[in-house]
Design a binder for this molecule. Structure first.
Ligand SMILES: C[S@@+](CC[C@H](N)C(=O)[O-])C[C@H]1O[C@@H](n2cnc3c(N)ncnc32)[C@H](O)[C@@H]1O
Ligand code: SF4
Length: 320
């Protein structure tokens, strides 16, 4: 059986290699506003000790975001991920951005905490062919609420997930395997529940996106809650054996469970944050330019000059 990957991440390693050799861009990540209704203990797009993510005074305007999308389209990207800076469904610019991405035939993938999903958003995602990655740190209501520091989140997220499933986002078509993914963190707090969340994904044709902490923001520094690389690999190997019994085979154990590759950093990809900073990936620490001073194409040329085609792993986590 083919590795079940979400539309937008289902690019082959050959496609990455060809794009890299040609010097073309294949995937990109951009952001919506920093505003968010949660205050996750582990947010890699916020610094400690901030407990409420606010709109930043110097965020890009809608016209800037649209012109980034135009530039990325000219450079040939096939997928644009919108995975931050805050909760994308709180940004009124998101639908217009998704329409612009769709007009170029590019796949968009939105990461959301799921609490704001309603019929409006379901229709918007359907109309624009958007793939959705929803967060599930725990199916235990109390524990989930505790991790995001809000008392009423888990139930809303569960309703959002149900709506996505009812609308068929987890159905395979001839064109793609699924348009739904669950993002779960593998930390000491959550590792006991990870196998259950992983099985839920496999039973419902949802792509699991489950990795250890991204070394940035609140998790820039290693804490006692972080699982060791060894423990992660032991779990990944157990899951690989179970997957083999399900008929899903792969070699990759890192950086995500279930053979899922990372499609960013040093792989014909680029990240532009909501302030216009350009990086090789959302966890990147080296800024390759500021959109006010440099074009995306020139920043990408700088990235290409410094990086090699990395093998679909996670250099940021490797350097931890
Ligand atoms: C920054 S969030 C923005 C989207 C949305 N607010 C959410 O949380 O789903 C993007 C994704 O990164 C994940 N994430 C947040 N902090 C992380 C960390 N320290 N390490 C790994 N993933 C993280 C979230 O679970 C989410 O799936
Ligand atoms: S991880 Fe997402 S939901 Fe949580 S605080 Fe960060 S942006 Fe908000």
């Amino acid at each position: 059986m083919k590795l079940p990957l979400i539309k937008g991440w289902d690019l082959s390693s050959e496609e990455f290699e060809i794009a890299w050799k040609k010097g073309a861009l294949l995937t990109a990540s951009i952001e919506t506003s920093n505003i968010c209704n949660l205050a996750c203990d582990y947010c890699f797009r916020e610094e400690n000790p901030i407990v409420s993510k606010k709109r930043l005074p110097n965020e890009l305007l809608l016209e800037d975001s649209l012109s980034i999308i135009d530039d990325l389209a000219k450079l040939g990207v096939k997928t644009i991920n919108i995975a931050g800076a805050g909760e994308p469904l709180l940004d009124p610019n998101l639908p217009i951005m998704l329409e612009r991405i769709f007009s170029y035939g590019i796949t968009s993938l939105v990461a959301t905490n799921g609490s704001k999903i309603n019929d409006y958003w379901i229709n918007c995602f359907i109309k624009t062919g958007t793939s959705v990655m929803i967060k599930v740190n725990s199916f235990n209501e109390q524990k989930q609420n505790q991790l995001v520091n809000r008392i009423n989140y888990a139930k809303k997220r569960d309703r959002g997930l149900k709506k996505l499933i009812e609308a068929g986002f987890n159905k395979a078509t001839g064109e793609y395997q699924t348009r739904l993914s669950i993002n779960a963190l593998v930390s000491k707090d959550t590792i006991n529940e990870v196998p259950e969340i992983f099985n839920y994904c496999r039973e419902n044709n949802i792509m699991p996106c489950m990795g250890s902490f991204i070394p940035a923001g609140k998790t820039a520094t290693r804490t006692d809650n972080e699982v060791s690389r060894k423990d992660f690999l032991v779990l990944a190997d157990k899951i690989r054996i179970q997957d083999k019994e399900r008929g899903i085979e792969y070699i990759r154990l890192w950086p995500y469970l279930g053979g899922v590759p990372c499609t960013q950093q040093g792989k014909a990809s680029i990240f532009v944050n909501i302030l216009g900073g350009i990086y090789d990936c959302p966890a990147g620490t080296v800024e390759y330019g500021d959109l006010k001073k440099i074009t995306i194409e020139d920043a990408f040329n700088k990235i290409k000059a410094e990086q090699t085609n990395y093998c679909l792993g996670c250099l940021a986590r490797d350097l931890r």
